[in-house]
Design a protein around this ligand. Structure first.
Ligand SMILES: [Zn+2]
Length: 73
């Protein structure tokens, strides 16, 4: 099985005083050429859609092994 992770970045600039805009990350994951995860980042001033590397790997584990009951302490 080949797993390919394409890391994605999105940023936005903002003209409003006091706002530094936003920065988001995400990834597209392919298994043997087929897209199995699409976590598309969308930056905005108020958070937006973003997945850090831990969240991407966790989503990947649960996508590849849906029967896994993942607990964290
Ligand atoms: Zn803004």
């Amino acid at each position: 099985m080949n797993i390919e992770i394409e890391w994605l970045y999105d940023s936005t600039e903002c003209d409003q005083a006091g706002c530094s805009g936003g920065y988001s990350t995400g990834a597209i994951v392919r298994q043997d050429g087929t897209t199995i995860l699409e976590l598309i980042p969308a930056a905005s001033c108020f958070g937006g859609d973003s997945w850090d590397r831990e969240e991407v790997y966790k989503a990947l584990i649960l996508t590849l092994l849906p029967e896994v009951n993942l607990s964290e302490y």
